[in-house]
Design a protein around this ligand. Sequence first.
Ligand SMILES: Nc1nc2c(c(=O)[nH]1)N[C@H]1C(S)=C(S)[C@@H](COP(=O)(O)O)O[C@H]1N2
Ligand SMILES: [Mo]
Length: 298
Amino acid sequence: MIPSSKITPESIFLNRRRFIQGMAGVGLMSTPLIGHALQFKSNPEYKPALELTDPEHALHYNNFYELGTAKSDPFQNAEALHTDDWKVVVEGECTKPQTFDMDDLLRIDQEERIYRFRCVEGWSMVVPWIGFPLSKLLEKVQPTSKAHYVEFVSVLDRKNLPGQRFNLLDWPYKEGLRMDEAMHPLTLMATGLYGKELANQNGAPIRLIVPWKYGFKSSKSIVKIRLLEKQPISTWMEAAPREYGFYSNVNPNVSHPRWSQAKERPLGSFLKQKTLMFNGYAEEVAHLYKGMDLKKYF
Ligand SMILES: Nc1nc2c(c(=O)[nH]1)N[C@H]1C(S)=C(S)[C@@H](COP(=O)(O)O)O[C@H]1N2
Ligand SMILES: [Mo]
């Protein structure tokens, strides 16, 4: 995939899109410019009155260690990620394990949702994702009563992905959610961003988005989803267990061992702002953690 920003300036695209949106209201839209046409509807339930992050930042300041550790690496090395004939295997504790190709996944109704996104490093953004609730995919494989956790496995391609030539992390990148977190309506499988299919550097062709958790829980370029009875060990837990827990809910009151999480810097802004409990989604998700000590289950 050619990074879209190499084809057209994002500002032109955005203005054009706003114009089209203005005409079409919340009707069915497709991408007006180059790239795979994504059919999607804007979901008015997830259209907060927040200023969107300039796509220049969201597309060029990335964490995607498979493509390198510097923030500019994922965009620069984007072509090293090969997304042709992508498949997502869904297996484990379910009665109908299946392999889905991208056509199957794009046949699920795609919607646009504007979410806050907060990296554990202390920066944040507000971006319009396109995708579908993960619950819609999990329902298709019919989880058994033993499916208590979900594991997400990202792409493994040591030959092409520059970051995987080093064992900086235990590849492939793995993450996990509790079943109720995975089935929560906010939990999204994203296939697009800013009205277009996902750019490679953002985790093409399909990634997870869990907006109330730190960004590293939102795995990119997923190839396998496993339903499990026991809690899996995620890549960052394994790398630094005292720093990165399984839950990793955004919480301004629980510091990272090396820095405070009370504030964040929105990409494109010089000033910091206060970080919100559960990244502003407390009303929707706080009940999932009732009675849990959030300092212990960080
Ligand atoms: N496979 C994979 N997924 C990943 C990462 C990664 O290195 N590899 N980085 C995570 C981190 S730390 C963040 S903040 C987000 C960044 O997403 P973005 O580049 O689209 O903003 O992706 C997350 N998902
Ligand atoms: Mo992150």
